[in-house]
Write a protein that binds this ligand. Structure first.
Ligand code: MLT
Ligand code: MN
Ligand code: ZN
Length: 314
């Protein structure tokens, strides 16, 4: 399977439009060695599908999360816009891991599609996107959505992308602030995806929002050849210390990288050879500064930081 990182930043992107923290200011004025990043999304395909079929054009990519920055991401990803017909896309289906603004707003940008989008999401995300933020109802006046219920824990297949097997695991996290479930999350408000390639027998575990690692998440992480996981915050009180928010990372559904029980400790315990990549990086996170001690610590631990345009072959 081939994975393309379309957007590696958390909500707000990097630099964030109204932020003058050290990272954001440094990214703008060149005093911090870093790269700009758009909001959270990846796309996946399988090698066999990319060749196309005798039947004609295929749309071999599945978009995972639809970022508000999708139009820029597509502009920078020629493989996802193959231009075989007057109106064409390489995206055949969309999968959502939650109903957050940074993962769903891009659906509006994709409204010119010529057929309803096959859209995989859980029942609770579907409920949020037809009630608290009724984006799917609004889209019914444009291209429309062909909703495919995503089973929790069970396997599912995406017909436009043969060769891959999908499993959505409920993960501890937080639904979006507009969700009626915000204070009392339900299983299915946030999922991690375990995507297996039938040909190579290698798996990707993708979870851009993860508040804790429970037994089923840990099992999925251990069997994956690559984990692409929540790297939102370096420390749990990062936003509080900068005076930017009253909330800890955990309060908004993200396990911090550092500290006891943090993501770095978990990644350390994965089998040798697991590729470890952080994604959904918040603009305040010191790992965005390529000269920071925190970034050096990741390098010592063999952990990579996703960037827009990064490709992973599994
Ligand atoms: C999150 O990942 O916590 C949210 O996307 C934050 C946001 O909506 O800005
Ligand atoms: Mn987010
Ligand atoms: Zn900032």
């Amino acid at each position: 399977m081939r994975i393309r990182v379309l957007g590696s930043a958390a909500g707000g992107g990097f630099p964030q439009w109204n932020c003058n923290c050290r990272n954001c200011a440094g990214a703008r004025n060149g005093t911090v060695r870093t790269r700009a990043r758009t909001q959270s999304s990846i796309a996946v395909t399988s090698a066999s599908q990319e060749q196309g079929t005798a039947e004609g054009p295929v749309a071999p990519w599945t978009l995972i999360n639809a970022s508000p920055d999708i139009l820029f991401q597509l502009r920078d990803s020629p493989a996802l816009r193959p231009a075989r017909e007057l109106r064409d896309t390489g995206i055949g289906a969309i999968v959502l891991v939650d109903g957050q603004i940074d993962h769903t707003t891009g659906l509006y940008m994709l409204r010119e599609a010529r057929r309803p989008w096959p859209l995989w999401c859980t029942e609770s995300v579907h409920a949020d996107l037809t009630r608290g933020n009724p984006i799917l109802d609004v889209l019914s006046h444009y291209c429309g959505i062909d909703h495919r219920p995503m089973p929790l824990g069970g396997e599912f297949l995406i017909e436009t992308l043969p060769g891959l097997r999908w499993r959505a695991l409920p993960v501890p996290g937080k639904p979006a602030p507009y969700s009626p479930n915000r204070a009392a999350p339900l299983p299915g408000d946030n999922v991690g995806l375990l995507i297996g390639d039938e040909r190579t027998e290698r798996k990707l575990f993708y979870a851009p929002g993860l508040a804790a690692i429970d037994e089923s998440v840990w099992r999925a992480m251990r069997c994956a050849a690559c984990v692409l996981v929540d790297g939102t915050f370096w420390s749990d009180d990062e936003m509080i210390r900068l005076g930017l928010s009253a909330h800890r990372a955990l309060d908004i559904g993200h396990l911090a990288l550092s500290g006891e029980g943090g993501m770095l400790e978990w990644l350390e315990r994965l089998p040798a050879g697991t590729r470890k990549i952080l994604i959904h990086i918040n603009n305040t996170n010191p790992i965005l500064d390529e000269d920071s001690p925190q970034r050096a610590e990741l390098e010592r631990r063999g952990i990579e930081v996703a960037w827009d345009g990064m490709e992973i072959e599994l």
